[in-house]
Design a protein around this ligand. Sequence first.
Ligand SMILES: NC(=O)c1ccc[n+]([C@@H]2O[C@H](COP(=O)([O-])OP(=O)(O)OC[C@H]3O[C@@H](n4cnc5c(N)ncnc54)[C@H](OP(=O)(O)O)[C@@H]3O)[C@@H](O)[C@H]2O)c1
Length: 180
Amino acid sequence: MKKNIVFIAKSLDGYIAGKDGNLDWLHAIPNPDNDDMGFNGLMSEIDAIVMGRTTFETVVSFGVEWPYTKPVFVLSHTLNDIPEHLENKVFLVRGSLKEVLRIIHEKGWHTLYIDGGQTIQNFLSEGLIDEFRITTIPILLGGGTLLFGELDQSIMLEHITSKVFLNQIVQDHYRVKDIN
Ligand SMILES: NC(=O)c1ccc[n+]([C@@H]2O[C@H](COP(=O)([O-])OP(=O)(O)OC[C@H]3O[C@@H](n4cnc5c(N)ncnc54)[C@H](OP(=O)(O)O)[C@@H]3O)[C@@H](O)[C@H]2O)c1
């Protein structure tokens, strides 16, 4: 069965990045035992990742070990090359989302992790998101990149579960029910 999952962290006021792309707040709550808050479980559940170019460049800029164990498809009209050390792990794609999904599904990869602000909003506008796993950090950023934007129509969700991590961070799972 085909499934597109959003797994993302946001501030209480709805931002996925602060002003100037700041992400320091993601680590504002001390996490002494490095609880992955569901990330490794997600990695084993999915077949591939689709992310926007900005998110890809942000992850690369961290300069840490590549965090993904599944193939990553990066949406971009401007990138032409992938860093050498990521060849065979990262693939550039462009075009309509339906066409991009067709290419990925043809490879037998049906459960996808969708990442990136603009990318999530575009998938959502086309009715292509099935599930949200949203981790809320208790901070008000007051500006930055919003997770959600305007929609042509409302979208009804069904709450599946909520978990609390580190006594501070709330993670909510929702299934998309129908688009009105
Ligand atoms: N809090 C979190 O958990 C979290 C998670 C992920 C990201 N982030 C942050 O959120 C921000 C996201 O940035 P963003 O809103 O710019 O979103 P993004 O989705 O990461 O990247 C947007 C870019 O993706 C490309 N793109 C999107 N759709 C495309 C299509 N159909 N075909 C070809 N290219 C397409 C375009 O790149 P080109 O300009 O190259 O064409 C576009 O500029 C970043 O600051 C990131 O670090 C936070």
